[in-house]
Structures are given as C-alpha cells and as structure tokens.
Write a protein that binds this ligand. Structure first.
Ligand code: SF4
Length: 346
C-alpha cells in the first residue's frame, strides 16, 4: 500500500504512485508538457487547495452540487505549486470555496514537503507557498481568528498583501439569515488590526444587496460599514434566487426597483472610496506584473490587483517589456479603477 486517500482525491492516488515510481517526461511521447496544462497565461496559475464546502449559506447551492469540504494534502498542493513555478509561473492564485477552512476535514493531517512534516493548515500552507519565491495571492478567505497569523507572512513579503474576503453583507441580522461563516467576528475591528499590521494591505470583497427581508436600516448598516472599512476593491450583486437555494423561501423578498436603487447607492459610495484609495498610490513606486504588451504600451497589475477581477496598470516604458516580467513602475495617475505609470529602475 502506498497511501490512503479520500473521496475525489484522484490526484493523491496519482501523486502516491508517482512518488514511488517517478514518471519520466518524454517530450516525444507525452502530450502534456512537464508542468501540466493551465488555462491561464503562462505567468499566473490558479491553485485549487480543496473542493466542496462545509458551510450552508442560504443563497448558495455549491455544497449540494459539490459536497462537503475535501482538502488536498499539503504536500500534494506544494508539489503542484513547485511544478508551476518551475515552469515559469510568477503568481499563484490560491482558490477554494473556503480557503481559511483548509484542512479541517482531514484533521490538519501532516505530510512531508522539503524534509519537513507540515500540517494541512491555512497558515502552514501559506507559509510553504511563500518559500517558492512567486507571488502568492489568497482568495476566498473568511475572517476567522486564525487568519490574523497570515498578516506576519504578508508584512514580511512572503505572501502578497492582499486578501479576498467575500463578506456579502455587514448587517448581523442579514448575515444570520444568510448563514454566513464567521458572521459573529468583529469584522471592522479585524480590518483595522490587519491594516495596522500590513500598511499596504489590499482588501477585496463582494456583497449582495436586496437579500430577502433586507430593510432600509440593514442596508444603511452595510453602507456605514463600507465607509468605515474603506475596502479597496468591491464587487456588488443584486440578490437573485438560485434554483434549490433555501433563501428563496425566506419572507419579504425585496422588490426589483428597491434592489436597483440600493445597488446604485452602494456602487456610488464604493466608487468614491476606491478612487480615494487608488489616488494614494499616485507618486509611489509599485511592483507591477505585466499581463499584456501592445502597440499602446503594456498592461499589468500591482500586488493589490488580482487578474480578471481587479484594476489594471497602464504602463509606458522606454524599453520593451515582456509578458510575465515584474517591473518597478512609478504611478502617475489614477481613476476609480485603474492606474497609469512609467516603468523605472533599469
Ligand atoms: S457561499 Fe457559503 S456555502 Fe456557498 S461555497 Fe461559499 S461559503 Fe460555501
């Protein structure tokens, strides 16, 4: 017997076999390159650390579709991450349904990576990923108390100073109806503590407006939270019933015109905050990863911008820039979403 694996852990079966009998890569026979196949550009890659979810948010049917949380052993995740970095990936985007719950289902089992037994815990995984020398970006983190420890890794530059936390709402009564994880945590105080520990922390989140029963007072609590928390990047959705979701049966659905009006107020409030926060970057130097290069210049992202969902940096440069390179850029202008600047320091 080589290993014991759990349901859906196909990769761990293969990984155990490959550990016993390392596969030889043959460029003439293998259809798949040595580093595997990615659907993202060469310089960044998504790293899925678990499947499924133990939470039961009332607007969501993912646990019904994908089942409960099934975490991959740490060593297996790290071997994939190592292969990606060796193949030229500069940025790893850690994803799952609930990244901060990583390992809870496998009782934080230890596995051997780089001559050390490491526990399948959120912090240990972030720490190990930080040893690879690539940008490590954490998505779908919930504000559980143990998340605070990761701030040290961010402050020391091991992990990007970026947290994607889908808060979904700020009113405790709405969060209760949503059955959100970590809804009892003192979110605002946590945000302030994190900012004090990591001065250049970027916080991204998503919210739902017009959740069944949302009163004007509850919506105002959400707007007040936005103003106080000053999140950097925010997405907003109007609540829509999803077939099979328990929230559909909740009382007092919010009329469409009220949802639309709250959405507009939410977006106006946040746009002003985002613009103010981005403006603070004007005059600073930022490390920028280049995503594309065209006749009009290059487009990249700072450490505070995830691909696809956050803002961009339009980069002018006297020398040709290459996709995937990380360059220093002097930021010269900002609007509500994007930055402009010139590559410097070469
Ligand atoms: S919305 Fe809630 S239930 Fe759905 S995947 Fe996210 S944490 Fe799990």
């Amino acid at each position: 017997m080589l290993a014991i694996s759990g349901p859906q852990q196909y990769e761990s079966v293969l990984a155990a076999v490959h550990e016993a009998v390392p596969p030889q890569h043959d460029p003439f026979l293998d259809l798949v390159p040595e580093h595997g196949i990615k659907l993202t550009p060469r310089h960044y890659a998504y790293l899925k650390i678990s499947e499924g979810c133990n939470n039961r948010c009332t607007f969501c049917i993912i646990p019904k579709l994908r089942g409960d949380l099934v975490s991959r052993p740490l060593a297996e995740v790290m071997r994939e991450a190592e292969r990606l970095v060796a193949a030229g990936v500069k940025e790893l985007l850690v994803i799952s349904q609930d990244t901060s719950a990583y390992g809870v289902d496998i009782k934080y089992a230890e596995s051997l990576w780089r001559d050390r037994e490491r526990s399948a815990r959120f912090f240990d995984l972030a720490e190990a990923l930080g040893e690879l020398g690539a940008w490590v970006r954490l998505h779908y983190v919930y504000p559980y108390p143990h998340v605070d420890r990761v701030m040290d890794l961010m402050a020391s530059g091991k992990v990007l100073p970026y947290l994607d936390i889908p808060f979904q709402h700020a009113s405790p009564t709405v969060l209760k109806r949503m059955k959100r994880p970590a809804s009892q945590e003192k979110t605002l105080a946590r945000v302030q503590t994190w900012r004090a520990a990591v001065s250049d922390l970027t916080l991204r989140s998503t919210f739902i407006v017009g959740f069944p029963g949302e009163t004007e007072a509850e919506f105002t609590e959400l707007l007040d939270f936005l103003k106080e928390a000053e999140l950097d990047r925010v997405g907003c959705f109007k609540f829509e019933p999803v077939a099979g979701a328990p929230a559909n049966a909740l009382a007092d659905p919010v009329p469409d015109e009220v949802k639309a009006e709250r959405y507009d107020r939410f977006m106006k409030t946040q746009q002003a905050i985002s613009a103010r926060r981005l403006k603070r970057k004007v005059g600073t130097r930022q490390q920028v990863i280049i995503d594309s290069v065209g006749p009009a210049g290059a487009i990249g992202r700072t450490k505070g911008d995830a691909p696809e969902i956050d803002g961009r940096v339009h980069v002018a440069s006297r020398r040709p820039l290459r996709v995937g390179e990380i360059t220093s850029v002097k930021i010269e202008a900002a609007d509500a979403y994007d930055l402009r600047g010139t590559a410097v320091g070469f």
